[in-house]
Write a protein that binds this ligand. Structure first.
Ligand SMILES: Nc1ncnc2c1ncn2[C@@H]1O[C@H](COP(=O)(O)OP(=O)(O)O)[C@@H](O)[C@H]1O
Ligand SMILES: [Mg+2]
Length: 317
């Protein structure tokens, strides 16, 4: 029956409890806990410096944690690192590649490290490097190197694939192709752990996510649930026509408005439970103050709004 919800019991394949990591006086990871269901896409979302890569490094056993517990496929990466190596693969932010080898040679080499690798041909097609298969890694453009790094992670055909900002700096078309790769991995029952600072990416792809800021988890859940639980309203966005502090206060009195905040670069966002009467009230207020409103945009709240609400900052500032 189409509308019957099927409750699939999924087992966590990653469990992280209260991990911490300090570099000198800097607490890169203050306290992070989460678990990841097998066969899902799990997102770690947060601005630069939030502690995402450090967390991945601790999950892979590349960095020792100062405190807390980590279990990846039932193994502690610090204790059972060699056992874990054949079961997980990763695309890291600054990969060290053997630059003299060609795309095809590198993929073949990485495939040989794993017990049941994917086909090199299929992987080349998935990351769209068909034209570059015989090119040396060193000669690739930034975007192509990036796709090669993603390819090296997926050719492993491992149970868990870690992708650390796989789409940063890529053009929209290439981003979409990397999204397809992640969806393909999930359709095969693999688990993908993804870090990103692109909210749209997290919203579209992730079954579950944590939002990380300054080394701690500030929100977690399914993207849509997170948004609707914090914002049962619409967002009305417009360029601030130099409203005075007093006028800003009057904005909050407009019919339907439940909250307002200043976003980046002189933008105001009003959260409203009755968008049409808020729009009328906003026009009236602007008119009575002699202000001209421009670029009014009505939209559903996003993870960007959530981050702004929780931290008071824009994710990408
Ligand atoms: N090896 C290191 N030594 C010193 N500081 C580090 C090191 N690695 C990361 N950091 C610092 O830890 C913080 C978190 O970094 P990182 O985990 O890379 O964040 P993110 O991946 O979310 O951008 C940053 O302030 C970064 O400068
Ligand atoms: Mg990082």
């Amino acid at each position: 029956m189409a509308n019957t919800e099927v409750n699939v019991v999924r087992t966590p394949c990653i469990e992280v409890k209260n991990i911490k990591k300090r570099y000198g006086s800097l607490e890169a990871v203050k306290d992070i806990s989460f678990s990841v269901e097998q066969g899902s896409i799990f997102g770690m979302l947060g601005p630069n410096g939030a502690g995402k890569s450090t967390t991945i490094a601790m999950l892979l056993g590349l960095t020792r944690r100062d405190a807390g517990a980590v279990s990846v496929l039932g193994l502690d990466p610090e204790v059972d690192g060699s056992q874990l190596k054949s079961k997980v693969s990763a695309q890291l932010q600054s990969p060290a590649l053997f630059g003299r080898l060609s795309v095809q040679e590198l993929l073949g080499l990485f495939a040989s490290f794993y017990p049941e690798p994917a086909s090199v041909e299929d992987t080349i097609a998935m990351v769209q490097l068909q034209d570059k298969r015989h090119s040396q890694a060193d000669s690739l453009s930034g975007g192509q190197k990036h796709r090669l790094a993603v390819g090296l992670a997926i050719v492993a055909n491992s149970d868990i694939v870690f992708l650390d900002e796989p789409t940063t700096g890529l053009d929209p078309q290439t981003r979409r192709s990397i999204w397809d790769v992640m969806l393909h991995l999930r359709s095969q029952g693999r688990t993908v752990v993804l870090t990103t600072h692109y909210m749209d990416e997290a919203e579209k792809l992730c079954d579950q996510l944590i939002i990380v800021d300054q080394g701690t988890v500030v929100a977690q859940g399914r993207p849509r649930d997170l948004i609707s639980s914090h914002f049962p309203q619409d967002a009305l966005e417009f360029v601030n026509p130099d409203f005075s502090a007093g006028e800003m206060e009057r904005l909050c009195q407009i019919d339907g408005v439940v909250d307002h905040c200043m976003a980046a670069a002189g933008e105001v966002v009003l959260y409203s439970k009755n968008a049409s009467s808020t729009l009328v009230g906003l026009q009236e207020l602007a008119g009575s103050c002699g202000r001209q409103l421009a670029e009014i945009n009505l939209r559903r709240p996003t993870l960007d709004d959530l981050f702004l609400k929780i931290t008071g900052r824009m994710m990408r500032s």
